[in-house]
Design a protein around this ligand. Structure first.
Ligand code: GLU
Length: 462
């Protein structure tokens, strides 16, 4: 059997990292089983679906490098097929027209609530002798007895009584098919073998299984993944901070860090924390997914991000850093290669956004932090900085070793520790007190820029 999975987001907003984790699990399982992974955009809710959200989903999948083997498939482009299956169900008496008015259904609901019963459709139109008049919806003739059982691959056996499930609406009065119905038709047509999705869909599953059975289809296997919680134990939402995949990009995360973080959030393989994509694929197993919801931990994600900033191929990280530089309006042709910046800054930046912000002075006019200037660039330093300028001017080779030696020589001559010279120098050329080691900073900055900034600072002192 070839494994076929699908990721089926509704384009009603950004792609939530919970959705991205579901997509990742589908992707990993498919790759492990050498199957097929389909992206299906569930856009039949035309009031809430937007093109912008579709784009956000596609962009997020691309940024995360979660490639699909088929799709994107849009449900709105397959209305004829849904109509065809609806007609089939109608013809076979497995669906029926329901003419109940809004008012009747409202009253029914209120009566049930008053009697403390669960609101449900009472089957009024299930066996009409005469067809009704006026607008109608199509309802599924759900079995009235027995149970629906399935072995959830994460939660084990789940049993639902048919008396709990009322006759679901398959198509609205305007003929628009409903969510549970389109999912069923597509899962059937696409020969989906494993439905991996959020546990908010658990209650839909018995309904979908009943419809599949009515169609004579074998239901797929289901794996319902628990939600992601915020630090307060409530479902992770905007209140807790960033939740959209693209926001994580904007905040300076690498896609591999986010994927590594998400795979571990709800799944484990011993105590291992770091997984390359190949390892994830090899080790992933639906059985290893936790039943219990997992809590989001930003510190851990930051730790992983820095790990990947430090260990990934700098050429790869550079592409992502270039995106941040551009967002900040920095012209990267005006300074050192980004791969050199990454090597120099990796220890000091947990995110690429931070790295970009802290690397501006390599490409643009330096912005001075007035507090650092008044603390470190004091008038008494003018002679030391001047001899430093002379030494640095005299260097015929501009590399970190020669620069280091020049700074050591000047501090020895002045009888002060190297730091006493390096820190004012750092403020003079970068505008502040935090930068990579001073010799590397100057090497990257280049001799011309260094000397110009140094001269400028000396001028201000005297
Ligand atoms: N479109 C549904 C959602 O975004 C998912 C449906 C499914 O996976 O079956 O919640």
């Amino acid at each position: 059997m070839t494994v076929v999975t699908r990721f089926a987001p509704s384009p009603t907003g950004y792609l939530h990292i919970g959705g991205a984790r579901t997509a990742l699990y589908c992707y990993l399982y498919t790759h492990k089983m050498k199957g097929k992974f389909i992206l299906r955009i569930e856009d039949t809710d035309t009031e809430r679906s937007t093109q912008e959200s579709v784009q956000a989903i596609l962009d997020s999948m691309e940024w995360l490098n979660l490639k699909y083997d088929a799709g994107p498939y849009y449900q709105t482009k397959h209305m004829d097929r849904y109509r065809e299956v609806l007609n089939l169900l109608l013809k076979e008496g497995k669906a029926y027209r329901c003419y109940c008015s809004k008012e009747r259904l409202e009253n029914l609901r209120n009566e049930q609530l008053e009697k403390k019963e669960k609101p449900r459709y009472d089957g009024h139109c299930r066996d009409l002798k005469e067809p009704g008049t006026g607008p109608f919806v199509l309802r599924f003739r759900n079995p009235q007895e027995g149970v629906v059982e399935f072995d959830d691959l994460i939660r084990g056996k789940l049993v639902f009584s048919n008396t709990e499930l009322d006759d679901l609406i398959l198509a609205r009065t305007d003929g628009m098919p409903t969510y549970n119905f389109t999912v069923v038709v597509d899962d059937w047509d696409m020969k989906i073998t494993h439905v991996i999705r959020g546990d908010d869909h658990i209650n839909n599953t018995p309904r979908q299984i009943n419809i599949l059975k009515a169609l004579g289809a074998t239901p797929p296997l289901y794996a319902h993944v628990s939600m992601i919680l915020g630090p307060d134990g409530k479902r992770l939402s905007k209140r807790h901070g960033a939740v959209s995949v693209m926001q994580y990009r904007e905040d300076g995360f690498l896609p591999e860090a986010l994927l590594n973080y998400l795979v571990r959030l709800g799944w484990s393989h011993g105590d291992q924390e770091i997984f390359s994509m190949d390892e994830m694929i090899n080790l992933f197993d639906l059985k290893g997914i936790n039943k219990a919801p997992a809590a989001f931990n930003l510190e851990k994600l930051l730790w992983l991000n820095q790990h990947y900033i430090k260990t990934s191929d700098p050429a790869h990280v550079a592409k992502e850093l270039a995106w941040h530089m551009e967002r900040l309006g920095i012209d990267i042709s005006k300074g050192p290669a980004l791969t050199d910046i990454i090597k120099a800054q990796a220890e000091r930046a947990k995110t690429l956004k931070e790295m970009a912000e802290r690397s501006k002075y390599f490409y643009e006019e330096v912005q001075y932090n007035e507090d650092s200037v008044s603390k470190h660039l004091t008038n008494d330093l003018a002679p030391v900085l001047s001899s430093l300028r002379d030494e640095l001017t005299a260097l015929s080779k501009w590399d970190k070793e020669s620069i280091h030696k020049a700074i050591v020589d000047v501090s020895e001559k002045a009888g002060v520790k190297m730091g006493k010279v390096a820190q004012p120098l750092r403020v003079a050329v970068t505008g502040d007190t935090i930068s990579p080691p001073i010799d590397i900073t100057l090497e990257l900055l280049g001799q011309k820029r260094t000397l110009a900034r140094l001269a400028n600072s000396i001028d201000k002192l005297s």
